[in-house]
Design a protein around this ligand. Structure first.
Ligand SMILES: [Zn+2]
Length: 209
């Protein structure tokens, strides 16, 4: 039987060094197998986002977004992926749950409340930030044209709007997840018919005078 003293010596010399060496070996082995792989992965993942953030500052869309948010008394805070959340925007224009200018997502609510109501909205607005990055100052006039085109074709600002289709109609809250293409076409046809009826009413009223 080991004495207490012998046991301490055994533990110190034989057992403890093995236990202590093991994690070090594991760390060294990992380092040797995949040198700086996690860091490379992180850099390759973050680099496009950093470029987007820089481009949207240089094309003045993010500074414009911050200015619009400030004018609307919104509270600014940092979001993920280099985005800025501007919450509590006080104006009712434009009519949308949220709108994105550069890297700034502006909403009258909070992003949490918005995401609870429309899951995937962050991904949707993130896509708009990429669109700002790609088009810069041309984004706004292009978006207005696309919106007009969509209204003429479907009666909705989004259903045939290439920017909203690219960002995602479901994640933007324009289409219900269970809505099929057929029911969308029916909805478009309905809104077109309603618009034609309205136009006929206007024409009749005008000819009555
Ligand atoms: Zn959108």
């Amino acid at each position: 039987m080991f004495s207490t003293r012998w046991g301490r010596v055994q533990t110190t010399r034989l057992v403890q060094p093995r236990l202590l060496r093991a994690p070090q070996c594991r760390i060294r082995a990992q380092t040797r197998c995949s040198p700086s792989a996690p860091r490379l992965w992180k850099v390759s993942r973050l680099l496009p986002l950093k470029i987007r953030a820089a481009v949207n500052v240089l094309n003045l869309s993010t500074p414009s977004g911050i200015l619009i948010a400030r004018l609307g008394n919104a509270k600014l805070r940092r979001g993920p992926r280099g985005l800025v959340f501007a919450e509590g925007y006080r104006f009712r224009f434009p009519i949308a749950g949220a709108f994105t200018v550069g890297n700034v997502i502006i909403t009258a609510r909070t992003m949490r409340a918005l995401a609870d109501r429309t899951p995937g909205v962050l991904k949707h607005e993130d896509a708009h930030a990429w669109q700002w990055c790609a088009l810069g100052p041309l984004f706004l006039p292009s978006y207005v044209l696309a919106m007009g085109w969509s209204v003429v074709r479907t009666g909705s600002i989004a259903l045939a709007n290439p920017f909203e289709m690219h960002a995602g109609l479901v994640s933007g809250g324009y289409v219900r997840p269970d809505e099929s293409d057929e029911s969308l076409r029916a909805r478009s046809a309905r809104s077109n018919a309603e618009r034609n009826d309205f136009q006929n009413d206007v024409d009749e009223a005008a000819s009555a005078f």
